[in-house]
Design a protein around this ligand. Structure first.
Ligand code: DAH
Length: 339
């Protein structure tokens, strides 16, 4: 019997397994309930007393050797598998996750696209501006309430430096550095010192348009507004202009479009009126032209400005402004198909 164990010890040294099935077969052969080792254990009882010690030691040796061998074969198989994974250059790549464009970017790009087709090019300003470009050059009186601490963020050490409260500041920047014809749009972020709620935020986005040339009239403005509204909200969209006041335009107006949610019949969104306000506009005040170095006797122009969040709300009915800046992936994913 001792001889049999010696033979098995030799045999164990040379066993190999090429895959998991072969390994399992070996485990069953040697270590399972009815395997070789258990059979030998059963025979232990019949071994004469004087040989029991030697037999026991050998049997233990065989058991340990078998268990070790099977574990090392298992490890070898696993690391071989890993190696193969790493080296398999033919495996298809993992599909990369595509992001979605932000709804405000989708809408901004759409507006840019419409105005580009009308010959407007993009002008850039700065978000940290001086009082001159935001207010003074835009004909705001020294005591205009918009300059108030409640509306404007000031840079503490420099009371003249502020975060722009509207993209109209790009108008003054462009007019100062170029002569007509000027035909620009300026999309960008603006800041106001407002408490954050579902309908107000301390930063939001606007898009400004400015056209200055000889003989530009209110009719030109109206035509561009109508075209924009139809392109943006559909061919059936109607517009209406209500007289308004802005320091930098004269005359000034606010434009409503027929509510694109109820088609003008009246709904909670338009508060039953059938109309929703979407932008401010007007003829550039001659004072602004002069302040920015453009001869107001030779040139005239129109300007308009809209909130991109507002237009996005109308297109997609987003009820809470805060969603735009929270980066909640569940919200952003809703716009996957609009990209
Ligand atoms: N700057 C205005 C605002 O922030 C919007 C505006 C109104 C822009 C009339 C214009 C305009 O260019 O002509 O409320």
């Amino acid at each position: 019997m001792i001889e049999q164990i010696e033979k098995l010890l030799e045999e164990i040294k040379s066993i190999t397994a090429n895959n998991a099935e072969e390994l399992e077969a070996l485990r069953l052969k040697y270590l399972s309930k009815k395997g070789i080792l258990n059979t030998l254990m059963a025979q232990f009882r019949e071994v004469p007393a004087d040989q029991k010690r030697e037999f026991g030691v050998k049997l233990n040796e065989l058991k340990n050797a078998t268990q070790e061998k099977i574990s090392s074969l298992k490890e070898a198989l696993e690391s071989k598998e890993e190696e193969q994974c790493e080296l398999d250059l033919t495996r298809p790549g993992y599909p990369g996750k595509l992001g979605t464009r932000h709804p405000l970017s989708i809408v901004k790009n759409e507006i840019i696209d419409i105005f580009s087709r009308l010959g407007f090019s993009i002008a850039n300003g700065v978000e940290v501006e001086d009082d001159w470009h935001v207010f003074s050059a835009m004909n705001f009186a020294e005591d205009h309430p918009a300059r108030d601490m409640q509306d404007t963020f000031f840079v503490e050490a420099h009371p003249d430096i502020i975060l722009r409260t509207h993209t109209s500041s790009v108008q003054s920047r462009v007019m100062e550095t170029s002569q007509p014809p000027i035909r620009i749009i300026a999309p960008g972020r603006v800041y106001r010192n407002e408490a954050i709620s579902y309908r107000a935020h301390c930063f939001f986005h606007q898009l400004e348009a400015l056209y200055i040339d000889k003989n530009v009239s209110f009719t030109d403005l109206k035509q561009v507004l109508l075209l924009f509204a139809k392109e943006m909200f559909g061919n059936d969209t109607k517009i209406r202009l209500r007289p308004s006041y802005f320091p930098f335009t004269e005359p000034s107006a606010e434009m409503d479009i027929s509510c694109n949610i109820c088609g003008g019949k009246g709904c909670p969104f338009c508060k039953g009126t059938g109309w929703v306000e979407i932008l401010g506009c007007g003829m550039v005040d001659p004072n602004v032209l002069e302040l920015c170095g453009i001869d107001s006797k030779e040139y005239s122009g129109y300007a308009l400005g809209m909130g991109i969040e507002r237009i996005t709300n109308l297109k997609y009915q987003v009820k809470d402004l805060r969603l735009f800046s929270e980066n909640d992936i569940r919200f952003l994913k809703l716009f996957e198909s609009a990209n």
